[in-house]
Ligand binder design. Structure first.
Ligand SMILES: [Zn+2]
Length: 334
């Protein structure tokens, strides 16, 4: 016990004695200190009080950043989503497990990031991780297999010469693809499920997404879309609402239309006979955008229908009849 506390205890004791007896200060009450001639309540109150313990100002703790992953398992040719809340991720980017740069999109009440897994990814375990000041995220992802089809495609030599074997045509396509694949403006245009671009018209799926194709000149490619053979002139409809990002002719893909559905989701349509939209135009789901044809590197009337998410082609037929469940984390809370 400190000297000070002893003194205080003595004071308190005398105060209790005084109030209990109700009498005047008597000689029996020990002097509090040597300088006191006598003791009184007035004197007592003038003595230093025990310093008040300052109550710390309790501030509401800032909510912790929250990151939610849509799943720890993904099939190659599909995608994952990460949702973030209670944090500002503007300007933040990270490298995903396939080596691609990823950014978050500002959405209502939080942030969203698509992590697509391209179809030629070897199945296995991967670490999806990133960190910055005040947060870190790390999850193990299992990439599962998908069926791979193979195809040998005989193409007329004159068509090959004008397309695959023409360096300028290929370079123009690469430039075009790199320009548009990452397109994202932070606005969501799609509404509800994506629909078949050929509506109720009869078609035959001739080359599914994820086919490893060998051309008759020996060239190979991963077919990253679904080919739908249909009669020339069959109407092609917008698979969902959006803005026409590109509507023009390219040597490799013929008459080509890209629709921007927002949040980095684009649909790609090749080999059209006619274009019924122009760049910059807004389309509603089901609007006519063109007609089936066989322009560019094509061996017959068909629609080449592709969908990119975050810059990667994913299985478009998994998207038809569905839509990216960007509210997935809400379900996980229930
Ligand atoms: Zn195709």
């Amino acid at each position: 016990m400190t000297k000070y506390k002893k003194l205080l205890t003595a004071m308190l004791l005398s105060a209790i004695i005084l109030s209990a007896s109700g009498c005047e200060i008597s000689e029996n009450v020990p002097a509090i200190n040597s300088s006191s001639e006598s003791s009184s309540m007035a004197e007592e109150s003038s003595l230093p009080e025990e310093p008040a313990i300052e109550e710390p100002v309790v501030e509401e703790p800032l909510p912790e950043p929250v990151f939610v992953l849509s799943s720890n398992e993904v099939q190659r040719g599909s995608y994952l989503m990460i949702r973030a809340e209670n944090i500002d991720l503007s300007g933040f980017s990270f490298t995903d497990f396939l080596g691609y740069n990823r950014e978050f999109i500002a959405t209502e009440g939080g942030w969203l990031c698509f992590v697509p897994v391209k179809m030629d990814t070897e199945p296995g375990s991967f670490e999806l991780s990133f960190a910055s000041e005040g947060f870190e995220f790390s999850e193990t992802i299992t990439v599962t297999d998908r069926e791979i089809n193979t195809q040998y495609l005989t193409v007329a030599p004159s068509t090959l010469e004008e397309t695959l074997e023409d360096e300028a045509v290929r370079a123009a396509f690469d430039k075009f693809f790199q320009k548009y694949r990452w397109y994202e403006t932070g606005v969501k245009f799609w509404e509800g499920e994506f629909v078949l671009p050929l509506g109720d018209y009869v078609y035959k799926e001739t080359t599914p997404y994820g086919t490893f194709r060998t051309f008759s000149n020996g060239n190979t490619e991963w077919h990253n879309a679904t080919d739908m053979a249909a009669k020339g002139g069959t109407p092609v409809y917008a698979t969902n609402s959006g803005v026409i990002l590109f509507a023009d002719y390219l040597g490799l893909t013929g008459n080509t239309v890209i629709i921007n559905h927002g949040f980095g989701v684009l649909s790609w349509h090749y080999h059209l006979k006619e274009l019924d939209v122009s760049t910059g135009e807004t389309v509603e789901k089901g609007d006519l955008i063109g007609k089936v044809g066989t322009t560019g590197l094509s061996t017959g009337n068909h629609l080449h229908f592709g969908i990119t998410v975050g810059g990667m082609f994913v299985d478009p037929m998994q998207m038809v009849g569905a839509e990216p469940e960007i509210d997935f984390w809400k379900e996980s809370e229930e």
